[in-house]
Write a protein that binds this ligand. Structure first.
Ligand code: SF4
Ligand code: MG
Length: 292
């Protein structure tokens, strides 16, 4: 269990709702994911006063406003970078990053591999709707060629990227996938991610009925297939094989991969201990010494 689970509380899912009204379009899949997040926070017993919710820009990046927690709404694509700094300075808190496919894999694509390879101790919930919704419907890195959008009126020329393969390849230590139409599955996988010590990535398909006319609820329902019960979650090769099935029209739903290895903050602590200990580390002195 993560040290960030220290000081657990017994709260109901509704206790994690903030006073800010949720403003997504009717029928948006993000409602299902948000309900899954409330349930996961409740079931994991996370103290809202010890929770950092961090996002970039996009429809899903509004999520921190709707959660009873400390929150940072940062720059487009930069949530992971900000969260890395926040987690390193406060490894005793729970860090929850939320955002979309465009924010995470296009604008912020340069940051994602580093979250995984460094094994930053945070949970990243990616609301994957295959479109840029907030900017009113442009092709995203996970859009299918069949989808027409303002930027691709005749469809797209490229195959969509596979977020699961990407995360497995770069070294994420917890990789899972769900669908917004199954909030119970979302809750279970997000709870597992919150309790995992290390970089936990949860990809969640989410319909955008306003702009994405091909990735409908029915499409996702037919696409997802529960991970087989005998799947070994410590077998990277088996996880990659499951992830590759997405291109064959069978996207795995469930936990694909989970292993333990030292996190970035653990390794930084070990380094600091080697140079005299964290308590002797004067951040202000170093900042002053590096002023231009
Ligand atoms: Fe949801 Fe799409 Fe509306 Fe954004 S534009 S709130 S993703 S339905
Ligand atoms: Mg999107």
């Amino acid at each position: 269990m993560s040290i960030s689970m220290i000081g657990q509380v017994a709260l109901k899912p509704k206790d994690y709702k903030s006073e800010v009204p949720v403003v997504w379009c009717p029928g948006c899949g993000h409602y299902g994911i948000l309900n899954g997040i409330y349930r996961a926070l409740s079931e994991a017993g996370i103290d809202p006063s010890r929770l950092m919710s961090i996002s970039g820009i996009g429809c899903s990046s509004r999520a921190p406003y709707f959660i009873n927690s400390y929150k940072m709404h940062t720059l487009h694509g930069r949530a992971g970078a900000v969260a890395t700094g926040a987690q390193l300075i406060r490894p005793d808190l729970t860090t929850l990053v939320m955002g979309g496919d465009g924010d995470g894999f296009s604008i912020g694509g340069g940051h994602m591999p580093h979250l995984a390879r460094k094994n930053v101790d945070l949970t990243y919930v990616l609301f994957d709707n295959g479109i840029y919704g907030l900017t009113k419907g442009q092709y995203s890195p996970t859009s299918r060629p069949e989808m027409t959008a303002y930027t691709t009126p005749y469809g797209g020329p490229e195959a969509p990227m596979n977020p699961l393969l990407y995360m497995l390849t770069y070294g994420a230590t917890y990789v899972a996938q769900a669908f917004a139409g199954k909030p119970g599955v979302c809750a279970e996988l997000i709870k597992g991610a919150l309790e995992h010590r290390g970089f936990a990535y949860v990809n969640i398909y989410s319909q955008c009925p306003t702009f994405n006319t091909v990735d409908t609820v029915e499409f996702y329902r037919d696409l997802v297939e529960t991970v087989p019960q005998d799947h070994d979650v410590t077998d990277l090769g088996a996880a990659i094989s499951l992830a590759r099935r997405t291109s064959e029209g069978c996207a795995p739903m469930g936990l694909l991969y989970k292993v333990e290895r030292p996190t970035l903050d653990m390794q930084m602590t070990a380094i600091m201990d080697g140079v005299g200990g964290r308590e002797d580390y004067d951040l202000n002195q170093i900042i002053d010494a590096n002023r231009p």
